[in-house]
Design a protein around this ligand. Sequence first.
Ligand code: 0RA
Length: 651
Amino acid sequence: MTMDDSYDAASIQVLEGLEAVRKRPGMYLGDPHDGSALHHCIWEVVDNSVDEHLAGHNNVVEVSLNPGGSLSVRDYGRGIPVDLHEEFGISAAEVIMTKLHAGGKFDNSSYKVSGGLHGVGVSAVNAVSEWMEVTIHRDGTIYRQRFEAGVRVTELETIGTCEDTGTTISFKPDTSIFTNITEFDFDQIDTRLKETSFLNAGLKIIISDDRGEDQHVSEHHYEGGLAEFVRQINSRRVPMHEDVIIIQGEKEIEKGPVTVELALQWSDAFSESILCYTNIIRNKDGGTHMSGLRGALTSSVNGYAKKNKLLKGDPLSGDDVREGLAAVVSLKHPDPSFSSQTKDKLVSSEVMGIVQTVVYEKLNEFFEENPSVAKMIVNKALLASKAREAARKARDLTRRKGVLEGGGLPGKLADCQSKDPKECEIYLVEGDSAGGSAKTGRDRRTQAILPLRGKILNVERQMHNIAKVFQNNEIQTMVRAFGAGVGNNSEEEGSFDTSKLRYHRLIIMTDADVDGAHIRTLMLTFLWRFMRPAITEGHVFIAQPPLYQVSKGKMSRYAFSDEERDEFIEDLKGDNPNAKIGVQRYKGLGEMNPEQLWETTMDPETRTMLRVTVKEAEETDRMFETLMGEDVPERRAFIERYAKEVTNLDI
Ligand code: 0RA
């Protein structure tokens, strides 16, 4: 084949590849309608610059969100090679920008930066970009090339000279491909790239938002790497030991070296926060590295406890050992396997043993060298175990009491007629009077009403005394009404199980004022700590009662926000600026009669509800600790920080 033939063949291949990405972006980049593919484009481009850091050639990545909706990623690495690529007859840069390579980079080892670290490549991003431009500083020359919808529209041109090296890739996502969420989210980018810089000690990442009037800049640079990451997770908690424990190990497998890096520190918290990564990519559902870590922790802490005669009864459970633990595991693997394209869970089976062995050995060593820390960790686990036992007894009592008291359903519950959980919903209503209206107004076939009296217990402050939670009346009532058990530890009998839920929608309905917001937060705290799957599996909703009734004569409309209220007032005025329009502000649900409550808030045909979702379990844990826990100054700081974002505060 001559060079020309091979170029033609290659370019057809390129066009077919790009077309595939444009047709089915979901296959390559994630959902194009909810912002995930949009932001995946950024990670894909940034990953290349991070690789230059991993290869030892780059210390700074600059990400700019430009006016007009494009984004630029600049690095100071070697610059993408510009020489002719033998096989394709075009520059190596153009190959990188246009040729799809799911998985690894190039077979040609001179272009292989750090095997297996890649997603779909920058070419996939190019394909879904209205335009993309690459600027390369290399060998004293500045090169530039432009693409539209992934197809080159200029040659790789020489545009000047330079003394430094590096690459800038700018792109504007194609709005014919992305819908709904089409703008970059600074906070999401900031959070993710902060994580990236934690995992790449020494790499500085600067993000600047230049879209609005005021430039917004955020800089991340952590020499401490994983240890600093763990310290940050524990920043709002009291650590049990000063130094973060660091563990490193390596094992050679057939494909190359597998390295394990782990940082861990126990705090006074009750939750555990373990973050897992493979090749710098977060595995939010854990996997074999998580299992290996858990196994090692349990056996190492139990081993130490037994050897030092700290343990009398049964061995400590994994949950006991991990209570209050913050840990980050970063695994590097030459050829990892995941359960899905999105890499949420690592499934490479050899990893479990590798992580377990490394962690077990190193942790035992650490315990031997730091007996006072080891004893503290064992004592904390012993306390956790006692508390868990007391909680189990109290919970069993709660359940048994339910059974003894006639059928197990609480007296306050106005149940629905249907027994098919899929169509049933339960309204958790603040106060008896609103409960009364809801009972009269509801569709009694599918809607059950449970009035709750006043403020339910703040469970976040009782996590050290869980028995008290189970003795609480309102909580017992909810547990019995839902019929699905209580407690997040799925291994324990009687813990919460969504498949047993008597209602598939748990709807929190409180007044639209501060008290209502407080009660809603208390309920969410309880659900998060004791019935978490109800939230993570999408069963929990928040009812949206209207804030105003706007009326003129017999005509009236309900407004759910101040803007809507103003809009309706204008509408009703019509051509007559002097029409005296009535506006009623609903302070509480109790002010609405049953028909109004049905019409505005409960009628499945017309109502609006918010489904409670959770993006980041660890962050949510910390948020509840801060908002509902004991640390008052911390809470004040948190509220002051977010107060400006509250738009609907009613005092
Ligand atoms: C292939 C080979 C080399 C560098 C790169 C790719 C590279 C790609 C990107 C993408 C964004 N920034 C980048 N920086 C480098 C090695 C080149 C050499 O050996 O000099």
